[in-house]
Ligand binder design. Structure first.
Ligand code: ATP
Ligand code: MG
Length: 420
């Protein structure tokens, strides 16, 4: 017996093993299918980028940049970081490759690992996977509505229905400064009640106090001015129109004026999808509009909107709420003796060309041990090939689920399995 393993995954990182990987694949396939129907195309950006790409866009004063980035100096002396999210890198790519010259709007999706040095807990990892989308060049709330309803379609397609959409508008450069002033005024005499993080960010970004999860900050903000009461005319119209369109598209939502998101680059629309099925880490997806980021990255003035879905939380919810069926072999071919062993290999090869999952038994093992393996794999049909079957060209089959049995000609095996 071996003892405790010498090597383990790093804290906050995990292996995704079968059968969970089947579930992950089906979620990824649904994303691919649904996002494609909305005209989003896949983009793949590196996992490692220049640090300033993230610090400038996400914001120097955010948790992600202040505390959570995996940043190091590479052998060439550059400061590089493992991506903590996807948007900044996609915007970098959009500007670098002049993607704004493509037919407008330009719509992309991505998936892959993100890295944040957070305190690991249920639903919170240091390496986690996101699937995200970004749509560029369309400033109209119609695009916000399309993106949000696409997220709804995706969640529905994978079988998650117990989720709720919260939306908000956090204004723009016209109206947010005055709102910030109103917040500063409100919190001015409550500063000593705030947590140290909020005190520190008080001057730079008082909006963040609304997002803080520390109970004394939650208490201190009762009665705080609401952003939705401070929006300028354009932002108010944008937000109003978005709500109309969401109703039209049958997306049910609630307006949450306290939802300000932990990234600096958002303008106007922000949204979050939460699930009751998860504990405190209940956000399964989040996103928003970011109309200034492309310009800040040196590109043309380009409005944009996107979201990211957290794969681990989605997978966890699906495991709890949906009855899952894992793929099983369509056929297990047991063989008795060398000649039969070769023949099942040939038959398996023919069947596998039809993309059927076919397992072959070890012809030198007893039939009993081969059948035990078929049973453990929960193969749908077991076929047994021995000298007699080789002579007659007919196989005995057994359906492991209902124990029915019968015979089939080797030449007709493919039709038998595909129901043709
Ligand atoms: P949270 O409020 O849960 O910290 P966030 O605002 O930091 O989320 P985003 O950066 O907007 O999240 O990322 C979008 C989604 O990615 C989240 O809704 C969540 O599902 C997932 N996510 C974010 N951080 C983690 C993490 N450390 N581990 C697992 N999933 C995560
Ligand atoms: Mg977070």
């Amino acid at each position: 017996m071996s003892g405790a393993p010498q090597y383990k995954t790093l804290k906050g990182m995990q292996d995704i093993l079968p059968p969970d990987t089947f579930l992950w694949q089906s979620v990824e396939q649904a994303a691919h299918r649904i996002f494609s129907a909305f005209g989003f195309q896949e983009i793949r950006v590196p996992v490692l980028e220049t640090t300033s790409i993230f610090s400038r866009s996400i914001g120097e004063q955010t948790d992600i940049v202040e505390k959570e980035m995996y940043t190091f100096t590479d052998k060439g002396g550059r400061s590089v970081s493992l991506r903590p999210e996807g948007t900044a890198a996609v915007v970098r790519s959009f500007v670098e490759h002049n993607l704004h010259s493509l037919p407008s709007p330009q719509k992309f999706y991505y998936s892959g690992p993100m890295f944040r040095y957070e305190r690991p807990q249920s639903g919170r990892f240091r390496q986690f996977f996101q699937i995200g989308v970004e749509a560029f060049s369309d400033p109209h709330p119609r695009m916000d509505a399309e993106v949000i309803s696409m997220l709804g379609r995706f969640l529905m397609a994978i079988g998650l229905e117990q989720v709720s959409f919260q939306i908000n508008s956090i204004g723009c450069e016209q109206c947010r400064p005055a709102y910030k002033d109103a917040l500063l005024l409100f919190f001015a005499d409550k500063k000593e009640h705030l947590c140290p993080d909020c005190v520190r960010r008080f001057d730079r970004n008082p909006l963040r106090i609304l997002d803080c999860k520390v109970s004394r900050c939650i208490e201190a903000r009762t009665g705080a001015p609401r952003i939705t009461d401070h929006l300028c005319q354009d932002c108010r119209m944008h937000f109003g129109k978005l709500q109309e369109l969401l109703v039209l598209l049958d997306v049910s939502f609630t307006v949450n004026p306290e939802m300000v998101r932990g990234l600096d680059y958002y303008t106007r629309t922000t949204f979050e999808v939460t699930s009751k099925g998860l504990g405190s880490q209940n956000a399964v997806a989040a996103g928003g509009r970011y109309n200034r980021l492309v310009k800040e990255f040196g590109g043309p003035d380009t409005p944009a909107i996107g979201f990211a879905v957290g794969m681990e939380r989605i997978a966890e919810l699906l495991k709890r709420s949906v009855s899952l069926t894992w793929p099983v072999p369509a056929a297990f071919l047991a063989a008795l003796g060398d000649t039969a062993g070769n023949e099942v290999l040939r038959i398996a090869d023919v069947l596998r060309r039809q993309n059927l999952w076919v397992e072959v038994g070890d012809c030198h093992s007893s039939l009993k041990s081969q059948l035990r393996r078929a049973d453990r794999l929960a193969a749908r049909f077991v076929f047994i090939l021995g000298d007699e079957e080789l002579r007659s060209g007919t196989l005995k089959w057994k359906n492991l689920a209902d124990a029915s049995q019968g015979e089939v000609k080797i030449a007709e095996l493919q039709d038998f399995l595909t129901g043709g």
